[in-house]
Write a protein that binds this ligand. Sequence first.
Ligand code: GLP
Length: 251
Amino acid sequence: MRIYVVNSYDEMSKQAANIVASQVTLKPNSVLGLATGGTPVGMYKQLVEMYQKGDVDFKQVTTFNLDEYYPLSRENANSYYHYMYTNLFKHINVPGDHINIPNGMAKDVIVECQTYEKNIESAGGIDLQVLGIGPNGHIGFNEPDVKFEAGTHLVKLDEHTIEANARFFDSKEEVPTEAISMGIRTIMRAKKIILLANGESKAKVIKEMVSGDISPKVPASILQLHGDVTVIVDQEAAKELKNCSQFALCM
Ligand code: GLP
């Protein structure tokens, strides 16, 4: 794991956008795994600016989003479909038929999950996966006590996640209690991963992810076993990484 501790949210966003843009420059037909949540909003903003300046071209890129609430329609302002179009897709030139987001209204969820997984495989697998992290250590919507071997599946959201995400909805009761999420197995197959975190509320979980036991209790801890993970955290999220030098690649 490479860990970059940066000074601000802005710096974290720029660094992450540079990594994504470099990936696309080096491999124009890259398959990107994309995340939602508050954390990557700044990174998407940077990518849109880079695209507008002509510094990066997404015309051959394919994307797969990590997750979507279930049931929730695309038109709902809290759907990850809506988030992705608002923050990124409507501003860049990734072709519409290269964009993949789990269907939050799928009639047959099992078929939807299997098809999603197959489509990732047919696209050649994910080259670069962007991740945020929930305060309880979830990645995508893989909640504590997750089965590490799972592919894309229907998950029941943890009470803490419902509470944490209620800020985007009018009330806690409106947050769907389930979601379709790529599984840990899907995420671990990505060739490269970048994980972003900012703010003090992530400090404890970042420490557990980086140096705690590898356990389904902290789903992100499995990333210790991946060969190419870059973690970009601001000073606050890095607060509990006291002795940074314990990590060979801490910058
Ligand atoms: C959501 C998403 C995750 C995201 C996490 C953290 O539950 N499913 O992909 O990483 O929340 O969100 P935030 O970045 O808003 O802290």
